[in-house]
Design a protein around this ligand. Sequence first.
Ligand code: SAH
Ligand code: SF4
Length: 359
Amino acid sequence: MIDPQALSDTLAGLGQPTFRSRQVYEALTRGLVTDFDQVTSLPRGLRRELAARLRPLTLEPRETRAASRGAARKTLFATGDGLPVEAVLLPAGRRTTVCVSSQVGCAVGCAFCASGAAGLRRDLTAEEMVDQVLHCARELRPAGKQVTNVVFMGMGEPFLNYDETLRACRLLNDPHGFALAARAISVSTAGVAPGIRRFAAESLQANLAVSLHAATDELRDRLVPLNRRYPLDALFSACAEYVAARRRKLLFEYVVLAGVNDGDGQVRALVRRLRRPLYHLNLIAYNEAGGEFVRPRAPELAALRDKLVQAGVSCTLRRSAGGEIGAACGQLALRSLDEEREERQPDGRRLSSRRRPRA
Ligand code: SAH
Ligand code: SF4
């Protein structure tokens, strides 16, 4: 993916008519080309001139891993400056979803998530986010399949990289380009209240998910450190604004940590906060990510859901795929490209970078 402005500036600099810019942009997005030589509608000389000036790919795919059961696939990329980025392709029924990373690492440091373990390295650009999707679309093409949904639920906190994340959403949605419906795009935030307000006011009608994980400030302060900056009252007032502005469903994600956030106190607080029209709660079983937390068993999870539903909360359990390839929610870790290779050794050695939870 190339910044459309840089593309049109370069073509203008080469004295080309404006239609060339759209031609190349369409070839990159709809045509999924990775090389100017594949843009056969361009004169040969121009293809060479462009290749000397612009790079059509911002990320280099290094390795793809597929889960043996299910069809989750994780791709590890290297950025131009050698940083690791991961994206996950999740086919499920008629949907094929790409889970995109918005940052290299994450500054939020939630207690149960591997992505924040090493802190933030840098923000990704919109082009680097879009390239994750285009790569997955290329992988699907031989089977005649397409990317139907994109979720910003990989590594990073999208609203701490707001402008580039929104630019990526708009590029994906652009009817002249990749043309993915806004409703097929979802952004997940750990609760950056000003970001939620800004998102509510955007003309782009993409979906929003809020990672809640606790319904009391005392517990949420420990699990999601960002709560100290935007406590629950501030968070929910932004959420109310979103729902009032959009009049559409707002999804809350809740990673269930056995014995930590599944007790009756949290259930009561959840009911008080979430028994509202258009609020929906998704319970996610904690995936092993190197911390000391325990995954709840299926019957416990179902019992929690039943309690919440009986109390009037719209609530479902979410299946999470890709655990065996370290591709499930919270398992995308900031590790070096070398470590990733090491992890693949047949001797079954585990990830080297583990950490203790901060809570
Ligand atoms: N930073 C954003 C988006 C990326 S995380 C956010 O936090 O919302 C996407 C989802 O995966 C979040 O709901 C996150 O809380 C969840 N998650 C993180 N670690 C997890 C784990 N170990 N098991 C299950 N889900 C996890
Ligand atoms: Fe960052 Fe989201 Fe992981 Fe929290 S759950 S550390 S916000 S990626």
